[in-house]
Design a protein around this ligand. Structure first.
Ligand code: SF4
Ligand code: F3S
Length: 130
């Protein structure tokens, strides 16, 4: 189960604390507007079926994507409590396809903005990328 795997990772975490990155959190799930992808200078967004993630090793911490997200789902990993999202971004950026060009968002994305406990809707399936 994904929550167990996350907890194992967080317990065993040995992250290089000097390395900073931005991450995508759960509010992207089922919103996935993709406004963020075209501003990233290093093309480090990766597409799942219903959310995007940032590759922590590729992100240069420039911050230009953060204000582009209409649902405020992009955060610097220096904020507290984001360990599980750092894990999820790192793991799925390895296996999902890269996305550099915005596509049409889900028609009901506004209805999902701010819904609580969105992790339950997370899909591990890849998107189609571009
Ligand atoms: Fe890309 Fe900069 Fe956002 Fe990192 S902080 S994902 S490099 S736009
Ligand atoms: Fe998700 Fe926000 Fe980008 S909703 S796709 S992180 S613009």
């Amino acid at each position: 189960m994904i929550a167990d795997t996350m907890n194992e990772f967080i317990t065993a975490i040995c992250w290089n604390e000097a390395q900073m990155t931005y991450i995508v959190n759960d509010n992207c799930i089922r919103c996935k507007t993709m406004d963020c992808v075209e501003v990233c200078p290093v093309d480090c967004f990766y597409e799942g079926e219903n959310m995007l993630v940032i590759h922590p090793d590729e992100c240069i911490d420039c911050s230009v994507c953060e204000p582009e997200c209409p649902v405020d789902a992009i955060k610097p990993d220096t904020e507290s409590g984001l360990e599980k999202w750092l894990w999820l971004n790192a793991e799925y950026a390895k296996i999902w396809p890269n996305i550099r060009v915005k596509k049409a968002p889900p028609p009901d994305w506004k209805a999902w903005d701010g819904k609580p406990d969105k992790l339950q809707y997370f899909s591990p399936k890849p998107g189609t990328g571009n």
